[in-house]
Design a protein. Structure first.
Length: 134
């Protein structure tokens, strides 16, 4: 964990916020108490209810692992992957449940905020790499 001590406070805050978001979204609405909204969304592409429930468990575990990767990764491509994933999720919701965009704390506001944090993290990583040792 020594690499964390070399990180700027801004980068650490971005990492923590992104990791928390992915870990929470993977754990609470998918593993701890499977959300009806998650089931409905995935039900658009998986026809069997039991398969949907199984897939949600795997997706939840994957989201938790991705959150950990965002926290500990030293590569900026992980944050670019986050942006691409969030755009994909926005398109998925727009295609299958566009009414979700009218809800409070909807996918658009959440995902745009997480993308902005990813861009800040990318900038901070680049600044950290450009520093020359004294």
């Amino acid at each position: 964990m020594s690499f964390l001590s070399n990180q700027s406070p801004t980068l650490l805050l971005c990492r923590a916020a992104l990791a928390f978001s992915w870990i929470y979204q993977g754990a609470v609405p998918k593993l701890v108490c499977q959300s009806r909204g998650e089931v409905d969304l995935l039900g658009h592409v998986i026809p069997v209810y039991q398969w949907v429930c199984e897939a949600i468990l795997w997706i939840g575990a994957g989201e938790i692992l991705f959150g950990l990767l965002l926290f500990f990764a030293v590569w900026s491509w992980v944050f670019w992957l986050n942006i691409v994933a969030l755009i994909g999720l926005l398109l998925f919701v727009a295609l299958f449940e566009p009414a979700m965009y009218t809800l409070p704390f909807n996918p658009l506001t959440l995902n745009l905020s997480l993308m902005a944090l990813s861009l800040v993290a990318i900038i901070e990583i680049k600044k950290n790499k450009n520093k020359t040792p004294a």
